[in-house]
Write a protein that binds this ligand. Structure first.
Ligand SMILES: Cc1cc2nc3c(=O)[nH]c(=O)nc-3n(C[C@H](O)[C@H](O)[C@H](O)COP(=O)(O)O)c2cc1C
Length: 185
């Protein structure tokens, strides 16, 4: 099962075009983070209070879907040379999950999965998304995640991505490999 965390605010934008192509014929679920309620992380690491149990939002439901998958896709447009805020809200909350060792063996479970990061930007993203790629690499390093790959596509208006032939070709190959993986299960 592939769980895709979709971080664009455009449900029919370039990121969605890529995702549809990537996931065709695979076993997947897409979580549209823009339409989910994820509260901001509360840093209680250095207080006497235990893990914050007071959030009333969609985070734990989403986390369950992430934990149940073997492959995670992070899909985000480049927003101000970074990931979208909706995806960042989700990742920030890992700081709380890391302290909830009774509920999940969070770090260990996350480290066993395969990750695909898809970034789409309009302004020379192959170069200007490099800081974001670096950020994801540090996140993966911290989480002991070693199985990951990046795809960076270029587009401004919806469907522009179809003109980025190299990226669309990469996506097709990845889709083929994901389907092959499915057959080998
Ligand atoms: C708030 C916002 C910030 C953006 N910042 C950048 C940026 O820093 N670099 C860039 O190349 N494109 C930037 N863009 C353009 C989007 O990355 C681009 O239009 C992309 O195709 C959007 O993906 P989508 O079609 O999946 O929504 C920005 C767009 C928005 C709405």
């Amino acid at each position: 099962m592939i769980t895709c965390l979709f971080g664009s605010s455009r449900s029919e934008g370039n990121s969605k075009v890529i995702l549809d192509e990537l996931l065709k014929g695979t076993d997947y679920q897409i979580i549209d983070l823009f339409h989910k309620n994820i509260e901001k992380v509360i840093d209680q690491r250095h207080s006497d209070v235990g893990v914050n149990e007071s959030h009333k939002d969609d985070y734990l439901d989403i986390l369950k879907k992430v934990m149940g998958a073997d492959t995670i896709v992070f899909s985000t447009p480049l927003y101000w040379y970074s990931m979208s805020a909706s995806l960042k809200l989700f990742i920030d909350r890992w700081t709380e999950s890391l302290r909830e060792s009774d509920r999940y063996n969070f770090k260990h479970e996350m480290s066993k999965k395969k990750y695909i990061v898809i970034i789409v930007g309009g302004d020379n993203p192959k170069i200007k998304a490099q800081p974001l790629i670096g950020q994801f690499k540090y996140i993966f390093e911290f989480m002991n995640i070693t199985n990951y790959s990046f795809i960076v596509g270029e587009g401004v208006k919806p469907l522009d991505i179809l003109n980025d032939e190299k990226t669309m070709e990469q996506i097709k190959i990845l889709n083929f490999n994901l389907k092959k993986g499915l057959k080998n299960v």
